[in-house]
Ligand binder design. Sequence first.
Ligand code: C2E
Ligand code: SIN
Ligand code: SIN
Ligand code: SIN
Ligand code: FE
Ligand code: FE
Length: 391
Amino acid sequence: MQFNDDDKLSQLLKINDELNHIKDIDSLLDTILYKTRRLTNADAGSIFLLDNQELNFSYVQNDTLRKQDPLNNKQIYSSFSIPVNEKSIAGYVALKGQSLNIDDVHNLDDTVPYSFNSSFDEIAGYITNSMMTIPLISTRSQVIGVMQIINAKDDSGMHVPFKTSDENYLNFFAGSATSAIEKAKMTREMILRMIKMAELRDPKETGAHVNRVGSYSIEIFQKWAEIKGLKYKEIKNYKDILRIAAMLHDVGKVAISDIILKKPARLNDGEFKIMKTHAYQGAKLFHGNVSDLDALSFDIAYTHHERWDGRGYPRRLRGENIPLAGRIVALADVYDALISARVYKPAWEETEVVSLLEKEAGHHFDPDLVEIFLSIYDVIEAIRNKFPDKE
Ligand code: C2E
Ligand code: SIN
Ligand code: SIN
Ligand code: SIN
Ligand code: FE
Ligand code: FE
């Protein structure tokens, strides 16, 4: 449905407040795009964030493609970037700091320097017509990215141009979106810094590992929640904190000495006993549960080494006595530990990793979660491609 113009200002103010409560950068981008598309009745959209003079593709939504393949969340893990210059639409908007409202990207005026890059449409099997591209400008007048919304629809679902009035309030909305994005980016950076400190090891490895574990975890949860019939809002709120809490699963390793943490060989029994304390040490950091994020981070740090069959550590919890999030991260973490090289072991072959997961379903892991994991395996692979280990 489409809001009429009178409602829009009050909608915008409400959304602004909502944005300020979201902690995770990805769930923030998701909300920003969703709200923008609802306000303008747009079929699709994406957000690019600026990093090193490049616009990095950071988030996408597309109702048409989602309807064709509802389970496929792969697209949001695509990665490509566009240089900031006059050649592309997004690049032009970032360069000039001004929005562009294009009625049909296939009928651009001869006088414009940019052209439409149709490769994304071709890969996805989609046709872009109208496109509004808005710069995300910070209060310090820096362009931090662009938001692109695609194919406005009329009440019958036909593609129509975006309205000029849309352009005005979207520029206003982009301001609040930008400050929320800057805040969430800072939160993400703080967390990565905390993790680097905790692991005190090869920092090139850790960032990618925790990003992957965070992403696998929310995708496993998303599928689990859809099967259980959880409401959109519940799913969204939980995902917002799950990614961050999952990224922090091993933060208790801050208490483990370098000699053990970085030992390029198998640990002996005494060393492993010390290593195992990282679960409790991590939980302690979040004790007190002042926020939902603390409570979930506590659960995950404490229970990510428990096993479904009750033979894990530190408390030998069993089955559904292990919090769902702990069961999810256990699976995500072991998968990623096996598929990657570690200081103490080479990477395993993919087929061996998958057969270990299958073999451990109902033993180490919650069998329902293993089934879910394998059913979204193409998304898991897309996540690995998005966050590769650096050489
Ligand atoms: P991590 O490297 O993040 O590994 C997480 C979990 O993945 C491990 O929990 C284990 O369940 C699984 N995993 C990792 N590598 C293997 C493997 O080669 N075979 C099998 N079957 N499973 C594997 P776990 O065992 O409780 O270890 C917790 C943490 O202790 C590890 O986190 C790692 O930081 C450290 N660690 C464990 N074993 C060794 C070791 O032999 N040498 C060193 N230096 N560190 C180790
Ligand atoms: C562009 O802005 O021309 C590139 C992005 C896209 O193809 O959607
Ligand atoms: C982790 O500790 O889980 C990631 C880094 C590593 O084990 O090498
Ligand atoms: C469950 O344990 O199956 C769901 C409740 C939770 O979030 O831990
Ligand atoms: Fe751990
Ligand atoms: Fe880990």
